[in-house]
Design a binder for this molecule. Structure first.
Ligand SMILES: Cc1cc2nc3c(=O)[nH]c(=O)nc-3n(C[C@H](O)[C@H](O)[C@H](O)COP(=O)(O)O)c2cc1C
Ligand SMILES: CCCCCCC(=O)C(=O)O
Length: 365
């Protein structure tokens, strides 16, 4: 990649120049007023750091273990659909970039490369994300394929019984072109995602057709019975659901509002983190995504109890800007910034980043 950006924002600017307007809107957009998209970022802006001094920070260690995955960094890649919209190599490039950074990659069920291609390219742990499709036979098949290919966990996204109302996509009549498809799903199942219609998103229409909105906690046992892989629930925002997740045997939860793309006015993830961490009470790891744009954000989330954080849009910016090198570049920037923050805050390893390392300023009224 020529002209390697020195900041995550630099990758965003490069990606902006390379992506068409409709794809840019699909990546950047959120639900309704996009208030939650902005709130995710504003919450990080309210964190101040409380540095300790005269601590030996000659070595700052960002290594972490999550559900048996040993990672060089607690900053990983969130599941996002259709990476070939950003780069011709799609999720294979993302897997290579995550591998170069020693980071976790969560592959979307709507990946545009096959699980087997991703697995062959991956040199760091990867997990598979699922939406609960009406076609349970497809879910069972995907879980079996993922386990055979070396997947480390199944991530069930629980905040999308239908797609959020994304006005940008509706305005653009957004639909997938023929060159981009969900490579792990039968074309007959995903045909509706390719049918443009004025004033509506084909993906939203497809979700109505494909995703089962009737699923409840008691259905999780069905998924658990399909494999021995750890089960992670993504999209938990309240203490009540965090407690239910533990009761129903989830192995981890991701505090997520889907990057503000689902329920507008859902809380910022950083604001929801403390109640989820308290409800879980250390029983299972808590991850967070939404608005994380660098290592200082990661530091704040770790201090408030997250084991790891995931990047959604920034990984796509890296991918669009420079393929595998761009993804690695974004992850490395965030990891280096985390190590730098750890040094200046006097916290040389992740275990030392505790609640005393941050203060949350009250929201301005
Ligand atoms: C373009 C795009 C596609 C996404 N696709 C998925 C998906 O397939 N499955 C899923 O669980 N979440 C999906 N998400 C949500 C992300 O996993 C993640 O929750 C969110 O992007 C985090 O916020 P951030 O973009 O501010 O980092 C998507 C997000 C974006 C921006
Ligand atoms: C369920 C059909 C489309 C999924 C689109 C990916 C996604 O989750 C998103 O936020 O966009």
């Amino acid at each position: 990649m020529r002209g390697v950006p020195g900041t995550v924002e630099g990758y965003r600017a490069l990606a902006r120049g390379r992506l068409g307007g409709e794809v840019w809107d699909f990546f950047e957009g959120g639900a309704e007023s996009e208030r939650t998209v902005g709130d995710n970022r504003r919450a990080f802006g309210r964190v101040t750091l409380r540095p300790r001094v005269l601590v030996d920070v000659s070595r700052c260690d960002t290594a972490v273990e999550v559900l048996g995955a040993r990672l060089r960094t607690p900053v990983g890649v969130a599941p996002t659909a259709y990476h070939r919209l950003a780069h011709p190599d799609g999720e294979v490039a993302t897997a290579q970039g995550a591998g170069a950074a020693g980071a976790l990659f969560v592959v979307s069920i709507y990946a545009s490369r096959t699980i087997e291609d991703v697995a062959a390219a991956a040199t760091s742990p990867w997990w598979l994300q699922l939406y609960w499709l009406r076609r349970r036979d497809i879910l069972a098949d995907l879980v079996a394929r993922a386990a055979a290919a070396g997947c480390g966990a199944v991530v069930l996204t629980v905040d999308a019984p239908r797609l959020g109302r994304r006005h940008r996509d509706a305005r653009n009549g957004f639909a997938l072109g023929p060159g981009i498809r969900a490579a792990n799903l039968d074309s007959a199942v995903t045909a509706s995602a390719h049918l443009p219609a004025a004033g509506r998103s084909a993906l939203a229409a497809h979700a109505v057709e494909a995703v089962d909105p009737s699923v409840t906690w008691s259905d999780l046992a069905w998924l658990r019975a399909r494999s021995d892989l750890p089960l992670v629930l993504k999209g938990v925002l309240t203490a009540q659901d965090a407690a239910l997740a533990v009761d129903h045997g989830a192995d981890a939860v991701v505090v997520s509002n889907h990057g503000g793309r689902q329920l507008d006015r859902a809380p910022a993830t950083l604001d929801a983190l403390a109640e989820v961490v308290a409800a879980v009470g250390g029983a299972i790891p808590v991850l967070l995504d939404g608005g994380v744009r660098g290592g200082t954000d990661a530091f704040a989330a770790l201090a408030l109890g997250a084991r790891a954080v995931l990047l959604g849009r920034p990984a796509l910016w890296g991918l669009a800007a420079g393929g595998a090198a761009g993804v690695a570049g974004v992850l490395d920037l965030a990891t280096e910034e985390l190590a730098h923050t750890m040094a200046l805050a006097g916290r040389p390893d992740l275990a030392s980043i505790d609640g005393s390392a941050v203060r949350l300023r009250a929201e301005a009224r």
